[in-house]
Design a protein around this ligand. Structure first.
Ligand SMILES: Nc1ncnc2c1ncn2[C@@H]1O[C@H](COP(=O)(O)OP(=O)(O)OP(=O)(O)O)[C@@H](O)[C@H]1O
Ligand SMILES: [Mg+2]
Length: 278
């Protein structure tokens, strides 16, 4: 099972958007996927259209007693619509069967302290040990490097950092990479790869081109070959709680393709080992 944390020290750079884009791509390809919403704001849960009044426990509650829980009993199907009407009944992959969510909640903020206690850091890893039906787990992290993100990293096989091509975001990503390298050697040895994806790129902006060049120099082959452009309909798609793969129009289709490319750059089907070890 591949477990990818989507992180950044800086807020608002697109962690949740990238998580949702990857979830949409995985669903379209029929990859059984679980999204764990670790952000106390629970934006990914909202964006995945999870219905109110679920009888499952949220992640904040589950983390309180991870050893006594079977996580499979607390996943909720995403509320995203089918890619094509009637497709689920026809058994076409990627139509609602393959994408589940562990709901986020403000309770996770209880773990937002700078802890390094191994017992605390292992809580999410312990929870995830109890599920076997997924090939991919995507963890949406809050914009901080405290207990919640550390717990996510300690449970992960890969960490994806999201950065905007702006001065502050590039500097923040550099700090996050250093913090991750340090943390990894002590507490998160399971993390095999770390990559950086540029988001909200405006190809016509000279400042963005400059920053992208800087990112290439700073991060080397950690900078993933796929950059996500600034998209005008993004908020509309997220506001409707729809997957990008179901949204009509050419722009959405291009974004959908980009997220498939990003997923291909990250996803290792079971049995294939990573070539890159950073
Ligand atoms: N590529 C993009 N094009 C246009 N808008 C985008 C893009 N990526 C993100 N956004 C918008 O930017 C805002 C912040 O994005 P998002 O919530 O994904 O960031 P985040 O890093 O998860 O934020 P937080 O740190 O608060 O969790 C949202 O309104 C989102 O719709
Ligand atoms: Mg977010």
């Amino acid at each position: 099972m591949q477990i990818i944390s989507i992180s950044s020290l800086k807020g608002g750079v697109g962690k949740t958007s990238v998580t949702l884009g990857l979830a949409s791509a995985a669903r379209a390809q029929g990859i059984p996927t679980l999204v764990v919403d670790m952000d106390p704001h629970a934006d990914a849960t909202t964006g995945l259209g999870v219905k109110q009044g679920q009888h499952t426990d949220d992640i904040g509650t589950l983390l309180e007693r991870p050893r006594r829980i079977s996580l499979a009993d607390h996943v909720t199907p995403s509320g995203w619509p089918d890619l094509a009407p009637g497709a689920a009944e026809a058994g076409i992959p990627g139509n609602g069967k393959a994408l589940d969510v562990v709901r986020g909640s403000s309770r996770t903020s209880l773990y937002e302290r700078p802890t390094t206690r191994p017992r605390e850091l292992r809580r999410l890893a312990t929870l995830l040990e109890s599920v076997t039906r997924y090939a991919l787990v995507l963890i949406d992290c809050p914009p901080a490097l405290n207990g919640v993100t550390r717990m996510a990293w300690a449970a992960s096989t890969d960490v994806l950092l999201v950065a905007e091509p702006s001065l502050f975001s590039v500097a923040g990503t550099e700090r996050t990479l250093r913090a991750l390298d340090l943390f990894r050697s002590e507490y998160a040895q399971g993390v095999r790869t770390t990559g950086v994806v540029a988001n909200r790129v405006r190809p016509a902006s000279t400042e963005h081109q400059f920053r992208l060049g800087e990112m290439e120099r700073m991060y080397g082959d950690r900078l993933l070959p796929v950059a996500i452009p600034e998209q005008s309909n993004w908020q509309q798609v997220q506001g409707a709680a729809w997957p990008i793969h179901a949204w009509p129009g050419e722009t959405a289709a291009q974004s959908a393709l980009l997220f498939e490319e990003l997923l291909a750059a990250l996803h290792r089907p079971q049995g294939r080992r990573s070539q890159r070890r950073h």
